[in-house]
Design a protein around this ligand. Sequence first.
Ligand SMILES: *Cc1c(COP(=O)(O)O)cnc(C)c1O
Length: 373
Amino acid sequence: MVVAWHRPTRAVIHTKAITENVKNEVDRLPKGKELFAVVKANGYGHGAIQTAEAAVAGGASGFCVSNLDEGIELREAGFTQPILVLNMVPIDALTLAVAHDLSITVGNQEWLNEAAEFLSDRGINHPLSLHLKVDTGMGRIGFTTPKDAVSAVTFIQHSSVLHWEGIYTHFSTADQADDTYWKLQQKRFIEMIDAMPELPRYIHVSNSATALWHDEPIGNMIRFGVAMYGLNPSGHALAETYPLQPALELVSELIQVKQLAKGEGIGYGKTYTTSEAEWIGTIPIGYADGWLRKMQGFSVLVEGNFCEIVGRVCMDQIMVRLPHEFSIGTKVTLIGKNHGQEVTMQAVADHIDTIHYEVACVLGTRIPREYQD
Ligand SMILES: *Cc1c(COP(=O)(O)O)cnc(C)c1O
């Protein structure tokens, strides 16, 4: 896997924006409620380590990741805060979880049985910390009945190789105006909590959307993800509770500028033909960078001008229609602000019928991430 440093295309990450987004949320939390920064998927494409550093500067006291390797990446970078893996991990990797002091999610008894047996056979020096996942309506991992959850907790408490550190659930509609289903999920979680013989160190239910829009009395920790990158979890549906600052800009340069005569074809399949003499610029980014073929027809910013992407998006290049000649090397903004105009990640998501989470995550590893305060 190479990063294309010798190409002008860059994702510029403003770490101060992340720090401030986290700080604004931490300042709103009731005393004693912690914020864990969700830095899974390489910090939603922003870079896990740099994002984690920025989040700590804003007051985050722990992290959530999606798999063991992401947790190990943070440990190897020197982070000593609690790290929760939001999923089960393969049994034969559990000694790594213990060695790196990573907390793991458990969602069913079968996994728990195997984990206990495996770790008992291994002679580990401290128990594996577990967060019990309760499925209150996502239909994903997790215990669905209080009976099963309580018996899992009892099982953990009777094991010398397991430690019960947390219990949590995840809401599926926290980013919608209608909170009927959210309330049902909350009710189910409270029933689970009420059934427990005792409670663990961490109880947590809030993703960004719940933290921003729901008056959530349950829990002593929140899992703050997309909002810390400055993105509104609901897209357009709900107004931001406080201004979120987008952390990512995607920029490049014009590497060729030419005037084509009327009637010339642009790109594979000749899907665009110049209707008059037109200035056409080429930019070194394409679908191999996560700038998908569906981006055809969208616009990039050149000196504050919205310039349409004409012709098909290639693997490594796109062509845009310029209002007039620009010199080679002129800056192009694909996401972010440019001469008073702005292209948001939300606008990109709208153009390709998806959510900004996906736009951020699919930005290719080939694009260098450059960090600015
Ligand atoms: C990804 C994830 C989060 C963070 O969600 P955001 O909407 O990005 O805040 C929280 N909890 C779980 C279980 C997740 O998988």
